[in-house]
Write a protein that binds this ligand. Structure first.
Ligand SMILES: [Zn+2]
Length: 154
């Protein structure tokens, strides 16, 4: 009756592929099945080849949602810019018949364009602040979860 063969693992120096080999092949060279590089099979380098024990992984760095841009703010900005461009054009056209109304259109167009731009900025900031607050909440939540899991750390 022969003993069940003991298997060891090491990593390919070249491509990092994890290699499993019988213990008696220790210190021999063997071609990596993945890249063909000659690898020195180093024993004791790694633990025995066993079904990997599930590691108690710390919760990874909290994955925070990215901060998105507000689509509404973008749309408002576009409208505002269009208005700023269109106002003088419309003013010129109307102004050929009626100078006063022409100027009124230019001014009111510019005014509302600027107001819209202002709104867009405000909305953008509110939108971003809300997301930043959400991220802070997530961080706080993670921190308190950690406290519960690892009270000794405190
Ligand atoms: Zn390799």
């Amino acid at each position: 009756m022969s003993e069940p063969q003991e298997f060891l693992t090491c990593a390919c120096d070249h491509c990092g592929q994890s290699l499993e080999f019988p213990a008696e092949m220790s210190d021999h060279q063997s071609a990596c099945p993945t890249c063909g590089y000659q690898v020195l099979l180093k024993p004791g380098d790694r633990q025995r080849a066993q079904p990997p024990t599930p590691e108690l992984t710390r919760p990874a760095t909290p994955s925070l949602p990215g901060i998105e841009k507000s689509g509404v703010a973008d749309a408002l900005s576009v409208i505002a810019v269009l208005e700023l461009i269109a106002a003088p054009i419309a003013g010129l056209i109307v102004g050929q018949d009626n100078t006063f109304f022409g100027w009124m259109i230019v001014l009111s167009g510019l005014m509302s364009g600027l107001i819209l731009l202002g709104f867009a900025r405000v909305i953008e900031h509110l939108f971003e602040s809300a997301q930043r607050l959400r991220r802070i909440e997530i961080l706080l939540q993670k921190a308190s979860d950690e406290k519960v899991l690892h009270p000794s750390r405190l």
